[in-house]
Design a protein. Structure first.
Length: 259
């Protein structure tokens, strides 16, 4: 009680850590250029874009429940954020692709698979994306939208060129410009609320995550939602052009000094 009283008098709150903002000044410029390059696309054009991405459901309670003491306005202070690249994350990764009102089955990425550019080709592009690309191309020309993660380069780039796949330019650290993120994010939030407090012997198991993810995916990847997300893309692009800042960053984010 004494500790909480002192915390309240100091205007300090015990709150969850925020994700470390990934946008550098250089990334902001790339992001703005990407938006300008896609400003011409309307609903009909975005409906012919395949948006795909991997997502991960974390099962490590220490990561899911990380909390800090901070004052208002300190949510993006270096001591009050967590960097997902180095957080000791544990969990299960999945992949899916969407085009208009269509989508692939949810793919569970096998445990131990190294998702570098070679693994991305052999585990995802060849067996799963390519059949979906061919199917959607029957209805007209399509293009592929990915998030330009390091694993999507090198061998993956050669694979796209070899197969004549059209691509949509995308900037790094811009999940709001890949509408598939709006499918994954609610699912991950629901999972956290349902399972994050389980620890010790009752800690969530991999099979539970996979079963839950498939059930949730079937609910959220419905034609009505997918079309709404496609319709939102021109507005997202215009918002970046108008504001030139990332939607989840604030004036309190820390500049790392990159050019």
């Amino acid at each position: 009680m004494a500790v909480h009283g002192g915390v309240e008098r100091a205007w300090v709150q015990i709150l969850s850590t925020r994700k470390k903002p990934a946008l550098t000044p250089r990334a902001k410029k790339v992001r703005h250029a990407m938006a300008q390059g896609n400003q011409h696309r309307g609903f009909n054009e975005w409906e012919r874009v395949i948006a795909c991405d991997e997502f991960r459901i974390d099962t490590n309670p220490a990561v899911l429940n990380e909390r800090v003491l901070r004052r208002p306005g300190e949510e993006y202070h270096p001591d009050c954020v967590h960097d997902e690249r180095f957080s000791g994350r544990e969990g299960v990764s999945f992949w899916g692709a969407f085009c208009g009102e269509h989508h692939t089955p949810l793919l569970e990425i096998p445990l131990g698979v190294k998702m570098d550019s070679a693994g991305y080709v052999t585990e995802i592009l060849e067996p799963h994306l390519w059949p979906f690309y061919v199917m959607t191309e029957r209805y007209g020309e399509v293009a592929l939208l990915e998030d330009n993660a390091p694993g999507h380069m090198k061998f993956a780039t050669k694979w796209r060129i070899r197969n004549g796949i059209n691509t949509v330019a995308h900037s790094p650290a811009s999940p709001d410009l890949n509408y598939s993120e709006n499918i994954w994010s609610p699912a991950k939030a629901d999972f956290t609320r349902q399972f994050c407090l389980r620890t010790g012997p009752s800690r969530v198991q991999r099979w539970e995550v996979v079963e839950w993810a498939h059930e949730r995916y079937d609910q959220i990847a419905n034609p009505e939602l997918l079309i709404k997300l496609v319709e939102s893309m021109p507005r997202r692009i215009q918002a970046v052009i108008d504001v030139e800042v990332h939607t989840y960053c604030t004036e309190t984010m820390v500049d790392d000094g990159s050019p």
